[in-house]
Design a protein around this ligand. Structure first.
Ligand SMILES: O=C(O)[C@H]1O[C@H](OP(=O)(O)OP(=O)(O)OC[C@H]2O[C@@H](n3ccc(=O)[nH]c3=O)[C@H](O)[C@@H]2O)[C@H](O)[C@@H](O)[C@@H]1O
Length: 363
């Protein structure tokens, strides 16, 4: 072999390596619309690195707005928004809303709070602080800069409801000293604060009462029914016995830009029993996991279904992603996450979702 040829062969892999490195330096972002100065808003999303917040970040970034994500990464993850890091319209701040925050914005989507029972019960005092002091701080910020604030409230404000389905007029049935109270009562106070700031200080508020949502970027050990069932089915464990984030994000943005200041339910009115969910997920994942019944958890709502007539009539909003499509996307995401985690030698143990045989619960 000629000397030149041998040099070429030795250098070829190095050339390839240099090409790969060059490619990795040229950042690629998802496509972003151009908005004129007058239409472009400065938007703060608290909890923007979380499951719902990161999907909302994607939508608002792609719509061409300037987005600041504030997260303390208790349940949020940098990975959920890393594809925007370095973009001129994007900023990520590691900050806990329990501490005051002084920035200049036009709109605030206030999503920061652990939202699944195992997460919010892990440190109930912190959950209370986040929803009370954190919301107070964000309302203080909204008041100072004249921003509109949308609170991500929850169907949990209805507690274990005595009326079915629940419309926005229903005051709820919450145990104030039960294990879920830190979240339920925290969100109820957060709603009260919004309307106090609206009446007393003229802050523009929007309140979305969000029902069970699932989809990609949901924590695998979230602990809610859909993630538990999928994880158990994928891992071949017994299935110990909602709606898509894209539907929810569209609902949140329409509500923020509407003139409706009273609370609005955002959820899927299609109702299923927990057993139906278990069976559907089992068949979609296609394995032989069996379904096992445990006693129910304390204060677990027996049944929940949103009355979404208000959202339909005033926002023209209703969920459009079919249940199976949403579940399949979540299953695909979880499968990829499990693969990723297997490579890192860590497999999360799902928390047992408890159920009553055959009783319907929230979607
Ligand atoms: O205690 C009171 O008597 C007063 O409490 C609040 O007034 P203030 O404490 O000045 O607080 P706000 O401006 O409402 O803000 C609430 C919190 O938001 C926080 N904040 C405020 C502004 C800001 O840009 N960022 C921020 O994080 C501050 O930590 C502040 O404590 C009420 O707005 C007053 O009506 C009331 O009289």
């Amino acid at each position: 072999m000629k000397v030149e040829q041998r040099i070429d062969e030795a250098v070829a892999p190095l050339r390839e390596k240099i090409r790969e490195l060059e490619l990795s330096f040229t950042q690629k972002y998802p496509p972003v619309k151009f908005l004129s100065e007058k239409d472009r808003k400065r938007i703060l999303i608290t909890g923007g690195a979380g499951f719902v917040g990161s999907h909302l970040t994607d939508k608002l970034m792609m719509d061409g707005h300037e987005v600041t994500v504030v997260d303390n990464f208790f349940t949020g993850r940098k990975r959920n928004v890393e594809h925007w890091i370095g973009h001129e319209n994007f900023e990520l701040i590691n900050h806990d809303v329990v501490e005051p925050l002084y920035i200049e914005v036009d709109q605030i989507y206030h999503l920061a709070s652990p939202a699944s029972p195992p997460n919010y019960m892990y440190n109930p005092i912190k959950t209370l602080k986040t929803n009370t002091i954190g919301t107070l701080n964000m309302l203080g910020l909204a008041k100072r800069v004249g921003a509109r604030l949308l609170l991500a409230s929850t169907s949990e404000v209805y507690g274990d409801p005595e009326v079915h389905p629940q419309n926005e007029e229903y005051w709820g049935h919450v145990n104030p000293i039960g294990p879920r109270a830190c979240y339920d009562e925290g969100k109820r106070v957060a709603e009260t604060m919004c309307y106090a700031y609206m009446k007393q200080e003229g802050v523009e508020v929007r309140v979305a009462r969000i029902f069970n949502t699932f989809g990609s970027r949901m924590h695998m050990n979230d602990g809610r029914v859909v993630s538990n069932f999928i994880l158990q089915a994928l891992q071949g464990e017994p299935l110990v016995v909602s709606f898509s984030p894209s539907d929810l994000v569209n609902g949140l943005v329409s509500l923020m830009n509407s003139n409706i200041s009273s609370p609005v339910n955002l959820g899927n009115p299609e109702e299923h029993t927990i057993l139906e969910f278990a069976q559907l997920i089992k068949s979609l994942v296609g394995n032989r996991s069996h379904i096992q019944f445990l006693p129910e958890a304390q204060d677990d709502p027996q049944r929940r279904r949103p009355d979404i007539r208000k959202a339909k009539m005033l926002l023209g909003w209703e969920p459009v992603v079919p249940l199976e499509e949403g579940l399949n996307k979540t299953i695909q995401y979880f499968s990829r996450e499990l693969e990723h985690q297997a490579n890192n030698q860590y497999i999360p143990k799902p928390k047992a979702a408890r159920m009553k045989k055959g009783r319907p619960r929230h979607n």
